[in-house]
Design a protein around this ligand. Structure first.
Ligand code: GLN
Length: 385
């Protein structure tokens, strides 16, 4: 057989997706890959049922159906205050996974540097490899997951093409303050770099934390490529609806990458999701309320068991400190947790650049009964592991 590409040789599969397979194998309560087990909003489902009998079965416009982009632009402006041209500044992608990849392919040449905060969502590592870019990792320091502005400026001195900012952060639950984002923005301007954001958890926040949109900071609209998705906001992770928001010149490039990679996101699903994009503020308030309750239930359960954990400010992940169990490898620990305790988790090492074996990540985007079952099982952890 001829040799396969160097580009993919160093790849491991996604640990997050692997842990879902392992959880299923052991019939574990799967709190590894972050997706809800509750229904999407009824109005979206009703519209989906109607759409199957309407004329949406062929390709939509490659960069997204017109009415979807218009509804999306309105929603973005409503929440961020940023004016968005639905024709020139948005590309609808297959999830924000494609959005991030298309953004990276559009702004970097092989060999270009890109700053990534560590811990980071594991796809960013693969995105840099696929686009040939070299990551410069800047630590977010536990327990607050703050960054050192000096260390960040050192990274910028290496003249990166872009910095990736996941806000609210997966996996550490950090919500960047306006001041922190301003530091990043000022450095991006000073060293002439793009800021590529991943804001898929924009609406999953715990009071008093608020989401600040990077593109809304003074002078940042044209320098920011926002990657986002409908997955988490409307509990439709399987629909694979994401988007990029960027200035017209960058968007032109992203459109091409997107067109040749995937042609387009599913047309009937775009049409059905417009119902969600048109929801009023009450929907987002109740989403926040729902996740606040899940967070309280889950964190209290972990406290009762005596597991040490992070306190997320946003998103729906917790890092559990597993040092007391004395494992050399968090991967082995996560396998044992699925097999012996019956709970699926992601080994923390897949999110850190630094050698870090101290954590596993659990998520709480689940029904109350699912979380109760997981907590019941976890209450036996010290007997079973
Ligand atoms: N963002 C989710 C996680 O971190 C799921 C990502 C995915 O598998 N596409 O678990």
């Amino acid at each position: 057989m001829p040799e396969l590409s160097d580009r993919t040789a160093g790849f491991t599969d996604s640990v997050i997706r692997r842990m879902t397979r392992i959880s299923n194998q052991y019939n574990a309560v799967n709190l590894s890959q972050g997706f809800p087990d509750f229904e999407p909003p009824e109005k979206i489902l009703q519209r989906l049922a109607e759409v199957t009998r309407e004329d949406f079965h062929q390709y939509a416009v490659t960069w997204g159906a017109q009415n979807f982009r218009e509804a999306l632009a309105k929603k973005i402006t409503h929440f961020s205050g940023v004016d968005v041209d639905p024709n020139a500044e948005l590309v609808v992608t297959c999830g924000s996974t494609e959005a991030m990849m298309a953004a990276m392919m559009s702004v970097t040449n092989p060999g270009d540097k890109v700053i990534v905060f560590s811990p980071f969502y594991e796809n960013y590592g693969a995105d840099t490899i696929l686009s040939g870019a070299q990551p410069i990792y800047v630590p977010l320091i536990p327990p607050e997951f703050n960054f050192d502005a000096e260390v960040l400026e050192d990274a910028f001195r290496q003249k990166p093409k872009a910095i990736i900012v996941c806000n609210p952060s997966n996996p550490c639950g950090k919500v960047f303050t306006r001041d922190e984002l301003q530091i990043i923005a000022d450095l991006a301007k000073k060293y002439d770099a793009f800021v590529i954001t991943d804001e898929v958890y924009e609406h999953i926040l715990y009071k008093p934390n608020v989401h600040t949109y990077m593109a809304s900071l003074p002078g940042m609209k044209d320098r920011t490529i926002t990657c986002n998705s409908l997955s988490k906001t409307y509990s439709i992770t399987g629909w694979r609806l994401g988007y990029t928001q960027a200035n017209p010149e960058v968007t032109e490039r992203i459109k091409k990458v997107h067109d040749f990679l995937t042609v387009g996101a599913a047309a009937p699903l775009q049409e059905a999701a417009v119902a969600g994009l048109n929801f009023g503020d009450d929907y987002y308030e109740s989403l926040q309320q729902k996740y606040t309750e899940k967070r309280s239930l889950f964190l209290k359960g972990l406290d009762d068991i005596g597991l040490i954990h992070t306190e997320p400010q946003g998103a729906y992940y917790v890092l559990i400190d597993i040092s007391e169990f004395g494992y050399e490898s968090d991967l082995e620990f996560a396998e044992d947790l699925a097999r012996k305790v019956g709970v699926g988790a992601v080994p923390g090492s897949s999110f850190f650049k630094e050698k870090e074996n101290r954590y596993v990540r659990l998520h709480f985007a689940k029904k109350e009964e699912t979380l109760d079952e997981a907590l019941n099982r976890l209450s036996l952890i010290r007997k079973k592991i």
